[in-house]
Design a protein around this ligand. Structure first.
Ligand code: AHR
Length: 498
C-alpha cells in the first residue's frame, strides 16, 4: 500500500485547545479509592495522595480532569464530600451498586488537581437534584466569602475559592440507565434554567449541556436539537460520549472506530449550526467530547456488580496493542476537528477503563493506551494542519470501505511539525509519502516513534509493565521535499520534523 498527503502551513483547521487532552475521574470502582487516593500506601503522602499515580498523571500530559462523574454524579450529594472526614456519611451509590464513604470529595479533588497540574472540570447533579443544589455547590466552590456557603468552605479549611470555570450540566441525561433520566424536553428546561442561575452566581463560567451518550442512541440528533432550541443562548458547549470495542474478532471495524467518532462530531456540529441559523445567533456551540475510549462494555453488561462493596473492581479493562492503536486513532479524529472540539476527556484516568493501573498497596503502571495519549499531548500542539490522506481502502463490516491511512499533522509557532498516522490495515504495510515542500527548506526527521507489535493482543501488566512501549523507527527521512517512511499494519506513529 502507498499513502500520500500534502502538508501546507497555509491550510489549517484551527489552533488546538489544550483542553482536548483531558481525562476523567469518577467515583467509581477503584478510580478514587486505591487509585489516586490510598492512605497508608507506601507512595502516599500525609493526605493519602499516591505520588506514584500523580507522577504518571503528569507524564500522561493530561491538561484537565472531569469530576465526580459520570453516572455517579446523578445521585450525588456534594455536601457529603466536604467537612470533617469522620462526619461524612457512607451512602449507597445507585449508579454502580457500590458503597461510597465520601472520604474524598470536592476539596480533596481540587487540591489533587492543583498538584497534578490539571484544570478541574465539575459536573452538577441534574438527576436526583436540580437548580438550587447546583447553585449552592457553585457558591461553595467559587464565591470568595461573606455568604453561608463560601464561609462554610473557609471553615472547612479552604480560604481561597477554587475558581472552577468549566461545568457540566448533568451527565448522560438521555440515557435510560441514568438515575433521574429525563426526556429531551425535561432536560432542556432544567439545563437552560440551571445555566441561567449558575451564570447569575458567576458570569465567567463555561457551561456544557448534555448531548448524546453515543451516536447510536435512538434519540440522537433530536435530543441535541431540543436541548439547543431551549438552551443555546445559555451554554457554550454540548457533550458527546463514545466508547468502542472489538466485537467477535472484527478487528477491521474496530480499527476503523474513528469513522464513527468523526461522523458523530460532524453530525453534532451540523445540528448545532442548524439551530444557530434558525435563531440567528453569532455564537457557535463547541463540542465537549467529555467521555471517549475503548471500553469492553459487553463484558460489563454480562457481569455487572451485584454486591454492595466499597471500591470494587469494576471495568478494569486490560488494554492490548490494538486498543492502543485505536486510542491513537481517536485522538487523531479529535484533532482533525479541532475547529469545533474544544474539550475532550479520555474516560477514565486510573483503574476504571484507564491508561494508568494500580494495585492496592502495590505498584502503578502504564497500560498500552497510555503511550499514544502521552505522546500526542506532548507533541501535537499549536495548529492542526489540513490533511487529506489518499490511500487504498480496506473493507469493514461496520463502516464499508475505509482508507487504511488515518492521519493528521500539527505545527507549532517555532515551525516544528508533528505527523500522527495510523495504519488501520490488518496485514499490509503502508509506504507513507508526504509532500512537505510547502513547509520550507531544511526540514529533517527528529524522530519517528511507533506503537506496533507482532502480537496485536500484547498487554502491559504489573509484572511486565513495559511489554508494549513506543519504539524508535529508523529510515524515516525527508528528502527532495518529501517525507518518506513505512507504517507496519495495526500501528500508530508519531513523526516529528524540525
Ligand atoms: O465512564 C463510565 C461511564 O460511562 C460513565 O459513568 C457514564 O457517564 C458513561 O456511561
Amino acid at each position: 500500500h502507498r499513502a500520500t498527503f500534502t502538508l501546507n502551513p497555509a491550510f489549517t483547521v484551527a489552533r488546538i485547545d489544550p483542553r482536548v487532552y483531558g481525562s476523567f475521574l469518577e467515583h467509581m470502582g477503584r478510580a478514587v479509592y486505591t487509585g489516586v487516593y490510598e492512605p497508608g500506601h507506601p507512595a502516599a503522602d500525609g493526605e493519602g495522595i499516591r505520588q506514584d499515580v500523580l507522577e504518571l498523571v503528569r507524564e500522561l500530559g493530561v491538561t484537565l480532569v472531569r469530576y465526580p462523574g459520570g453516572n455517579f454524579v446523578s445521585g450525588y450529594r456534594w455536601e457529603d464530600g466536604v467537612g470533617p472526614v469522620e462526619e461524612r456519611p457512607t451512602r449507597l451509590d445507585l449508579a454502580w451498586h457500590s458503597v461510597e464513604t465520601n472520604a474524598f470529595g470536592l476539596n480533596e479533588f481540587a487540591a489533587w488537581a492543583k498538584r497534578a497540574e490539571v484544570e478541574p472540570m465539575m459536573a452538577v447533579n441534574l438527576g436526583t437534584r436540580g437548580l438550587q443544589e447546583a447553585v449552592d455547590l457553585l457558591e461553595y466552590t467559587n464565591h470568595p466569602g461573606g455568604t453561608q456557603l463560601s464561609e462554610l468552605r473557609k471553615a472547612h479549611g479552604v480560604e481561597e475559592p477554587h475558581g472552577i470555570k468549566l461545568w457540566c450540566l448533568g451527565n448522560e441525561m438521555d440515557g435510560p440507565w441514568q438515575v433521574g433520566h429525563k426526556t429531551a424536553e425535561e432536560y432542556a428546561r432544567i439545563a437552560a434554567e440551571t445555566a441561567k442561575a449558575m451564570r447569575l452566581v458567576d458570569d465567567s463560567l463555561e457551561l456544557v449541556a448534555c448531548g448524546s451518550s453515543s451516536q447510536a442512541m435512538p434519540t440522537f440528533g433530536a435530543w441535541e436539537t431540543t436541548v439547543l432550541e431551549e438552551a443555546y443562548e445559555h451554554v457554550d458547549l454540548i457533550s458527546a460520549h463514545a466508547y468502542y470495542e472489538e466485537v467477535d474478532g472484527d478487528a477491521a471495524s474496530f480499527l476503523a472506530s474513528a469513522v464513527d467518532m468523526e461522523s458523530f462530531i460532524e453530525n453534532v456540529v451540523a445540528t448545532a449550526d442548524a439551530v444557530r441559523a434558525r435563531k440567528r445567533i453569532a455564537k457557535r456551540i463547541k463540542i465537549s467530547f467529555d467521555e471517549w475510549n475503548v471500553w469492553y462494555l459487553r463484558r460489563y453488561h454480562a457481569d455487572p456488580p451485584t454486591e454492595w462493596k466499597q471500591a470494587p473492581r469494576v471495568i478494569e479493562d486490560q488494554y492490548n496493542l490494538t486498543d492502543a492503536v485505536v486510542v491513537g486513532s481517536l485522538l487523531i479524529a479529535l484533532l482533525r476537528h479541532a475547529d469545533r472540539v474544544a474539550v475532550a476527556c479520555l474516560a477514565q484516568l486510573v483503574n476504571v477503563i484507564a491508561p494508568i493501573m494500580t494495585e492496592p498497596g502495590g505498584p502503578a503502571w502504564r497500560q498500552t493506551t497510555f503511550h499514544p495519549f502521552a505522546l500526542t499531548s506532548k507533541y501535537a500542539r499549536g495548529e492542526v494542519l489540513r490533511v487529506e490522506p489518499e490511500s487504498p481502502a480496506e473493507h469493514t463490516e461496520r463502516f464499508g470501505d475505509v482508507p487504511v491511512l488515518h492521519a493528521t499533522a500539527t505545527r507549532e509557532e517555532d515551525g516544528s511539525v508533528t505527523v500522527l498516522a495510523v495504519n488501520r490495515g490488518l496485514t499490509e504495510s503502508v509506504e507513507l509519502d508526504v509532500d512537505v515542500a510547502a513547509l520550507g527548506d531544511g526540514y529533517r526527521v527528529v524522530e519517528h516513534l511507533i506503537i506496533a507489535d507482532e502480537d496485536r493482543f500484547a498487554v502491559n501488566t504489573a509484572e511486565q509493565p513495559d511489554r508494549v512501549t513506543p519504539r524508535p523507527v529508523d529510515g524515516t527521512v525527508v528528502a527532495d521535499g518529501r517525507l518518506r517512511g513505512v507504517l507496519p499494519p495495526i500501528s500508530w506513529s508519531v513523526i516529528r520534523l524540525t
